[in-house]
Design a protein around this ligand. Structure first.
Ligand code: BGC
Length: 935
């Protein structure tokens, strides 16, 4: 198969001596020592802590990053200059700067640490950057950008926590409280105003009747006992001189709504509470503060119930017009009580907020055999339905949500377990009514509609897709439409399960931050979207909820053993998220600070395992989920593919130890690097003694056993090929994958790394159960929790655990990007500073294309096969370099944009080398089209 991946021109007959001269010349051009041409160099997309102009951050030394564009190839940054000021006018005129880096000779264009004086709370810093390239040219200054500090100290919060004085039954969901306060602002000009807000529960704030911001599920879900986020809003435009009103609706959310199994509620507390302060600055420099205090008023309103799992009930007849505007008569409203909840645990959000991201028009309306009217959204999605309805007051419209119809075509909700996922709307009876629920989300494709007044049409409902606002960065496409659908399903699995925390599923009574699922999917997630700050937030929660022993809870935030010192933790492959996820973020975003921040958490987890293993170095205690949901049968000749849990523990013990010692090295912690390097050797030796026979058989003899052992480098060098062959033999014997969650992410990598690319493609292309494409034959639009959520005979798997939107098996996405299309990272130059482009045509594909917007800019690899002709189109962003690895190619046969390589700018021809059966061509930034007409 590699033989067909040739790159080169058949008929290049230039004399060697001339060619050598040309090569030397091209090298000189590539490194930029000669030939000046007209070119453009500019800096754009300045971000601070991964965000564009963030408001209310609490990072005292934030990191600044930018992207460079150039019309030239082989452009690198040779120097940069940053300036920063408190005022935008000062910034652009270069006066009163708070920081000026000077022209620094440096190629660093991501994560440059702000070195000016630490800004105080509320302070805005404007900044801009200009760069010089390797040919000595400089860009203009970038557009000014800013970041603004939040409230850094607990005593910046002069507001009181308040709780509504409403009588509630703590055993059930109660109506959502409304809180309000009117206030006056002086005349004479409001210069700017900020609202700083958090709560116990969820909140939606309104000022003078208008919703503040577009963030949902605020303040977000964190390890609430240790960290509670507040949000900062610019509310300048919402305020008036004179009378104003602020209103807040509170929802139960994760704080006290239903959470996890066994009908659990009130996990973090029984009462909802609000903490908010609106700070107004007048043009004359004076300030005004409106904060939550004992003078606020409270009432219930139209939201009778709003619960994450169960849905919402809303009686529009109970709406109180103008409740969040000044002049509303709130005489009958109750008061509030001030409370002494902690302000010490308040933090600014590191990650992106949840927002409404897109809308879906339903595909069709159908009648099921049992008579339900069901709207098919055409896509398993997460969010809710916005309805538009007209009818008599008191009409009750009910929307139930389900992921699938059963074999008979009936509405199926049993896999939701106790989650009701039901939205009820009672009409007020006035003209057209538009409704969206507030503090709940549903995972669904189908909506059963009851009580609709008149005839339901497709125009009446819209699917509102919500998720953490992670910027999409990656696309993958190829000539096989089913693989494209797989990629679509992976991306929708990510959207649906990136809802403030990385969840296992978005529909049943679970929706928890399962660590194992997050760990196996992290690398794929980093291709599809910019998830660095999303994981930064979640990893801080992981560290906060880590048990004193170092054991990592199964779910983060930890609600399964909240506040307990032990229990529901330390499963191999799950707890390792503590090490694998920060390492993945480091690799994909070049982010060393995440390693610094997580280091003690990473170390605590490895030390925990080492402590449990003691001087045997064999970790064989603690509950472990194993290779969750591995292939299973009732056949006595082949009972299934269960992998020994002791092997899984020891493999992950080694892997986390390995990543920790690499982390220590990156951070310059030499003593730790040596210590954990030594530990790794011992752990590996035990793995080999215990699980690898002298003939290279790995105990359990399962695909997962071989995949983990080889992916984690646990096999002696001379045994690796033997073990890999055993894996390939197993794959060939069964002709399908047999792994569960843990084996599914490495298996194709191991096969392709050890020369079994065809077998990896066979697994990818297979359409029968068990396989990645099988669910697509059953109409899947997201990744399923199980290989056979719907069995070949059309019946469902166990209703107790059968999610149709679970991203774990979507971890194959990484292989599509890294191996099929071939975009990879050089670990020594992480964050795609040095890119590896190594496409692997095969599997009957005629083309594959991946594009991913890295911290430096877009990277693309696109190959086409046309008979014996192969083309490879590559895009490499400025300030990076790449190694293009071409299998079985002869250097002299390669052309780029129709020219022999020797004539091509941007290719470092003298540095080309052989690596196994490949030639490696180092290139600089730019767009390239390589071509070969075969041999
Ligand atoms: C979740 C999983 C999770 C598992 C633990 C399930 O209930 O949905 O995805 O990893 O439990 O084995």
């Amino acid at each position: 198969m590699y033989d067909r991946v040739l790159v080169g021109a058949k008929t290049m007959k230039t004399a060697t001596i001339i060619r050598s001269l040309v090569y030397v010349l091209s090298f000189a051009v590539a490194v930029g020592t000669c030939i000046a041409t007209e070119s453009s160099l500019s800096v754009h997309s300045p971000v601070c802590e991964y965000k564009t102009n963030p408001l209310g951050i609490d990072v005292e030394k934030p990191r600044l990053s930018w992207k460079i564009t150039s019309s030239e190839r082989a452009v690198t940054q040779s120097a940069y200059q940053i300036r920063a000021a408190q005022d935008i006018g000062d910034l652009t005129s270069g006066r009163n700067l708070v920081w000026e880096s000077g022209k620094l000779e440096s190629g660093r264009s991501i994560h440059v640490v702000y070195e000016g004086p630490s800004p105080a709370s509320r302070r805005r810093i404007w900044w801009q950057v200009r760069v010089w390239d390797n040919r000595g040219r400089n860009s203009d200054w970038s557009e000014p950008a800013f970041w603004e500090m939040g409230l850094l100290k607990p005593d910046d919060w002069t507001a009181d926590w308040i709780e509504p004085n409403l009588s509630e039954d703590e055993n059930i969901s109660n109506p959502c409280p409304l809180l309000r306060r009117e206030f006056m602002l002086a005349k004479g000009g409001i210069k700017s105003a900020r609202a700083y807000v958090t709560c116990h529960g969820l909140y939606q704030m309104r000022i003078n009747g208008q919703v503040v911001g577009d963030e949902l599920f605020t303040p977000g879900w964190t390890a609430y006992l240790h960290r509670l986020q507040y949000q900062t809003y610019d509310v300048t435009e919402l305020l008036n001189e004179g009378k104003n009103c602020v209103g807040v609706i509170l929802g139960d959310g994760w704080h006290r709504g239903r959470l996890a199994w066994k009908k659990r509620r009130n996990v973090y507390g029984k009462k909802l509470a609000l903490l908010a302060q609106i700070e107004v600055e007048y043009k004359d420099g004076s300030r005004e503060l409106i904060s939550t205090n004992g003078h606020w008023k409270a009432s219930t309103g139209p939201i009778l119930v709003s619960d994450i799992y169960n849905g919402e009930a809303y009686d529009a007849r109970l709406e109180m017009d103008g409740w969040s505007k000044p002049g509303f008569d709130a005489k009958g409203w109750a008061g509030v009580t001030t409370a002494s909840h902690s302000k010490d645990i308040l933090v600014a959000p590191a990650g992106p907020p949840v927002r409404k991201i897109e809308e879906i028009r339903p595909a069709k309306i159908l009648k099921t055999p049992t008579g339900d009217t069901v709207v098919d959204m055409g896509q398993n999605m997460v969010g809710w339905v916005r309805l538009k309805v007209r009818g008599p007051a008191g009409t009750r419209v009910t929307l139930r949500h389900a992921e699938v119809l059963d074999a008979q075509g009936n509405f199926y909700t049993e896999n939701l377990r106790a989650a009701k996922q039901t939205v009820e709307y009672i009409l007020k009876g006035k003209s057209e009514e538009v409704f969206e629920p507030h503090f709940t989300f549903q995972g669904f494709r189908y909506v059963a509609v009851e009580g609709w007044p008149g005839r339901l049409s497709l125009e009446d409902l819209k699917g509102v897709v919500i998720h953490s606002d992670i910027r999409r960065t990656g696309t993958f496409e190829c000539s096989n439409p089913m693989i494209n659908q797989l990629q679509h399903n992976i991306q929708w699995g990510q959207k649906g399960n990136f809802l403030d925390v990385p969840t296992d599923c978005p529909q049943r009574d679970e929706r928890l931050g399962w660590t194992g699922d997050a760990q196996v999917f992290a690398r794929t997630a980093c291709f599809n979207a910019d998830v660095a700050s999303f994981y930064t937030k979640w990893l801080a929660d992981l560290a906060a909820d880590q048990q004193p022993s170092g054991a990592v809870p199964h779910v983060i935030p930890n609600v399964l053993s909240l506040g307990k010192e032990k229990g529901q933790s330390a499963s191999a492959g799950w707890a390792d998220a503590a090490v694998v996820v920060p390492w993945t973020v480091y690799l994909c975003y070049g982010d060393t600070r995440i390693l610094e921040q997580q280091y003690s958490s990473m170390k605590a987890w490895v030390d925990y395992m080492a402590g449990r293993a003691g001087d045997t170095y064999f970790w064989n205690t603690d509950h472990t989920f194993g290779d969750w949901l591995a292939f299973n049968t009732n056949r006595s000749d082949y009972p299934g593919a269960t992998t020994d849990k002791d092997l899984i523990r020891q493999a992950y013990f080694a892997w986390s130890t390995d990543l920790l010692q690499r982390t220590a090295r990156v951070l310059g912690k030499t003593a730790d690097a040596e210590k954990y390097g030594g530990l790794l050797e011992k752990v590996k030796n035990v793995f080999q003694d215990e699980f690898v026979t002298p003939n290279g058989r790995v105990a359990s003899n399962t695909q997962t056993a071989y995949s983990l052992a080889l992916a984690f480098d646990l096999i002696a060098p001379d045994m690796k090929q033997i073990a890999a062959k055993r894996l390939a033999d197993d794959v060939r014997q069964f002709e399908h994958i047999t792994t569960g969650f843990l084996g599914a992410s490495p298996i194709c990598h191991v096969l392709s790394d050890y020369g079994y690319l065809d077998d990896a493609y066979m697994l990818l292309n297979r359409k029968e159960y068990p396989s990645w494409l099988y669910p697509i034959t059953k109409g899947a639009t997201t990744i399923w929790e199980r290989w056979d959520g719907i069995k070949p005979d059309g019946t469902f798997q166990d209703k107790g655990m059968n999610s149709f939107n679970h991203y774990a098996y979507g971890a194959i996405g990484e292989w599509l990007y890294r191996v099929v299309a071939g975009i990879d990272i050089d670990e020594q130059n992480p964050g795609y500073k040095r890119i590896i482009i190594e496409p692997h045509p095969g599997g009957g594909l005629t083309f594959a294309r991946a594009r991913m917007d890295s911290m430096y800019g877009p990277i693309e690899s696109e190959w086409h096969l046309d008979g014996d002709t192969v083309t490879l189109e590559v895009e490499i962003p400025p300030n990076t370099t790449a190694a293009v690895k071409l299998p079985s190619a002869k250097l002299n046969d390669v052309t780029e944009s129709g020219k022999p390589l020797g004539l091509v700018r941007g290719i470092y021809l003298l540095q080309t080398r052989k690596e196994g059966d490949r030639i490696v061509i180092p290139i600089g930034s730019g767009h390239y089209l390589f071509r070969s007409d075969g041999r």
